[in-house]
Design a protein around this ligand. Structure first.
Ligand SMILES: C[S@@+](CC[C@H](N)C(=O)[O-])C[C@H]1O[C@@H](n2cnc3c(N)ncnc32)[C@H](O)[C@@H]1O
Length: 314
């Protein structure tokens, strides 16, 4: 099975690595993987580009050609397509300092000699990556892929969730394009926008009519036709057969309107969650005393000294 590599960025490496694994498994449940510092290596039928186009925190991705301990005697360049032009990039994920530009120059000269390809640092048709971790060194390569356009938000809201956190939650839920997501506290629609931009159909619910109108405008201006329902989150029970997963960001008790205290709202919401759905929920850390939901994964995201958010995934 083809091996792909993903080098992640971001402050929360575990979250970034889990996102790649969740996307890959949402298409191919048999995906196996290993992680090594900021590197994820997957064995999967799913092409790296499909995962990379969805993932929020991928810095670089591509195919693995092999591992090496001595770059110049062991690397088999025949595994890569013969490029017209190429660039060589070294990535140091070890705890030691390395002279990366010297490595890139030496490896580049060797590749040029064996392949006859020209070097193009600005617009290479193939980029060869030399990735060093404390336990292993990998060689990988990437061809150019086009990045899908980012959805635009015509109306912003003071309580909106950053698009990166919205997107990572959609991905952690494990939903794919054949499924439907529901955000029962949709606000201005950031989670719905991210889901739709990845081809995942979505339905939003919000008890505030003003927020419903904002979400509708944000979605329609991108050509997305998610249904927005002006109702309390309990409406979820009425549409439970139409949805495959719930991805949401609950009120924090500051800028957005709320029907109850954040703690009571979270408790009541968890108690009505339909069974056997994919779930990713964000709330203010501490709002849930015991793990009422019995999640498979939990992440704390520090924002500032009075706000740390928790994401639970099930
Ligand atoms: C933190 S905001 C969601 C922000 C959203 N993720 C965004 O990016 O715009 C929470 C939303 O929950 C809504 N809300 C509060 N109580 C509700 C309830 N009982 N039922 C449905 N929506 C509710 C608020 O109107 C608010 O828009």
């Amino acid at each position: 099975m083809p091996q792909s590599f993903f080098v992640v960025s971001g402050e929360n490496v575990e979250l970034a690595r889990d996102e790649i694994i969740a996307i890959s498994k949402s298409y191919d449940i048999k995906t196996s993987f290993k992680t090594d510092s900021k590197l994820v290596i997957t064995n999967s039928t799913i092409p790296w580009s499909k995962i990379s186009q969805r993932a929020t925190f991928v810095r670089t991705a591509g195919k693995i050609a092999g591992t090496f301990s001595d770059l110049f005697s062991e690397v088999d360049l025949s595994l890569m397509h013969k490029p017209e032009t190429f660039a060589c990039r070294a990535i140091n994920l070890t705890s030691k300092k390395m002279d990366l530009s010297k490595i890139e120059k030496t490896a580049g000269a060797a590749i040029k000699q064996t392949s006859g390809a020209k070097v193009s640092l600005s617009n290479p048709s193939l980029t060869v990556y030399l990735i060093f971790t404390d336990s292993q060194s990998y060689i990988g390569y990437t061809t150019k892929i086009s990045e899908p356009p980012r959805p635009k938000k015509v109306i912003k809201s003071s309580s909106e969730l950053h698009w990166k956190l919205s997107r990572v939650m959609v991905n952690l839920s494990g939903l794919n394009e054949k499924e439907t997501l529901c955000d029962p506290f949709c606000g201005s629609g950031t989670i719905l926008l991210e889901a739709e931009s990845m081809g995942i159909h979505s339905i939003g619910i919000d008890f505030d009519e003003k927020m419903c109108n904002i979400a509708k405008k944000n979605l329609s201006s991108n050509g997305f036709n998610s249904k927005i329902i002006n109702a309390g989150y309990e409406h979820l029970q009425k549409i439970k057969d139409k949805i495959d997963g719930i991805v949401t960001d609950l009120p924090y008790g500051n800028s957005s309107k709320s029907s109850q205290s954040p703690k009571k709202l979270l408790h009541d919401f968890i108690s009505i969650l339909p069974k056997r759905k994919k779930i990713a929920i964000m709330y203010k850390k501490g709002a849930m005393d015991q793990i009422e939901l019995n999640p498979t994964k939990k992440y704390d995201i520090y924002r500032h000294k009075s706000l740390t958010r928790t994401i639970v995934v099930k």
